[in-house]
Ligand binder design. Structure first.
Ligand code: FMN
Length: 177
């Protein structure tokens, strides 16, 4: 059941040295490419990175929260073309989420690294840095990087008691069950 996967899901930022198997990379990509997208426009561009030096460069793409990528054996850079979809952010976010969930289902750990609207240590845009590093065509935007690997951390899923059911209304805002 999907709910069992969701109950165990966590963001994992520490990985073993073991590379992610090519068959698993294929499944991660298939999951992303099966995402729903507005009007079926499929605006995504995915870049698979396993080269250690490239991973080190991704790890300094922004000031905070990307460093763990230097210890990840795999990153999938989730981009989209805004010309293909005015709601590319939503489309790309769904694809990144499905990569994260598929990774969990495959026994891998993964964590989202936000790139859109984020700056580097020197105040310059993470987008510009990645466009240059990855050779992105003009206009293609990076939403996020998902760092993936065999988990070196084990985290429990969030307990049901921590879920914000107080932020759920029925029929009208503020009406609880
Ligand atoms: C839109 C978004 C942006 C995030 N950006 C980062 C990030 O840049 N670096 C990072 O280490 N984690 C990032 N995360 C992971 C969150 O920190 C994580 O999901 C949150 O702390 C809850 O932990 P959990 O996923 O284990 O439940 C991001 C998650 C989302 C959904």
């Amino acid at each position: 059941m999907l709910i069992d996967l969701l109950r165990s899901r966590r963001s994992i930022r520490r990985f073993t040295e073991q590379p992610v198997e090519p068959e698993k990379i294929d499944l991660l990509l298939e999951a992303a490419l099966r995402s729903p997208s507005s009007k079926g426009n499929n605006p995504w561009e995915l870049i698979v990175v396993t080269d250690r030096e490239m991973l080190r460069r991704l790890a300094v793409a922004k000031a905070h929260g990307a460093t763990f990528l230097q210890g990840a054996p795999l990153a999938i850079v989730v981009c989209a073309d805004p010309v293909k979809s005015d709601v590319w952010v939503e489309d790309a976010a769904i694809a990144a989420t499905l990569v994260h969930l598929e990774a969990t289902d495959l026994g891998l750990g993964s964590c989202w690294v936000q790139i859109r609207l984020r700056q580097r240590e020197d105040g310059s845009d993470a987008q510009a840095y990645l466009a240059d590093l990855l050779g992105l065509p003009e206009g293609v935007m990076v939403l996020a990087i998902v760092g993936i690997g065999h988990p070196a951390d084990s985290k429990s899923g969030h307990p049901s008691s921590s879920l914000h059911f107080d932020q759920v209304s029925f029929e009208r805002f503020g009406r609880r069950r």
